[in-house]
Structures are given as C-alpha cells and as structure tokens.
Design a protein around this ligand. Structure first.
Ligand SMILES: [Zn+2]
Length: 84
C-alpha cells in the first residue's frame, strides 16, 4: 500500500498566537470562513483537524440529518422512530 504523501509548509505565529492555514490545505479540507477546527496537543506537535462531530448518539459519520441543530445519523433516527 502506498504511503500518503504529506504536505509541509512553514508559517509564522503572530503576536496574538494567530496563524494562517495555507490556502491549498484549506481548500483540500473544505475549510471556509466560519469552519470549526479541533486542536489536539500531542507531545511536541499540534494536530489540527476539521471539526466533524458526527451523530450525537453514536458518533457515526455516515449520512447525517440535522434536527434542532444536532446531527443524527439515519440509523439512530430509525431507532428513535421505532420507539413509539
Ligand atoms: Zn447515530
């Protein structure tokens, strides 16, 4: 299996701790203005991921429905419907 080629780019953190995510990387992850990201501190590195919470019940990331602003997968939705 071929190893995925990673991309690297240097950026400077400004005086307020801000940095710019390279535009090509933003485009590849679909990060646009208002997109949320997660930061994870792992030893001496910070891992940044696009925020993708999944279903509020099972954490699944399959087909999601939005109800009252919460994400519910179609499997959990079907289980809820079967409850009545
Ligand atoms: Zn679910």
């Amino acid at each position: 299996m071929a190893k995925k080629k990673s991309e690297k780019e240097n950026r400077c953190v400004d005086g307020n701790g801000r940095l710019v995510i390279p535009s090509e990387m933003r485009a590849k992850l679909g990060l646009t203005a208002g997109s949320e990201v997660d930061f994870q501190l792992d030893g001496q590195q910070i891992i940044l991921r696009k925020y993708n919470p999944g279903c509020i019940f099972c954490g699944g990331k399959g087909e999601l429905l939005i109800f009252e602003g919460k994400r519910i997968c179609t499997v959990c939705h079907a289980k809820l419907k079967a409850m009545d």
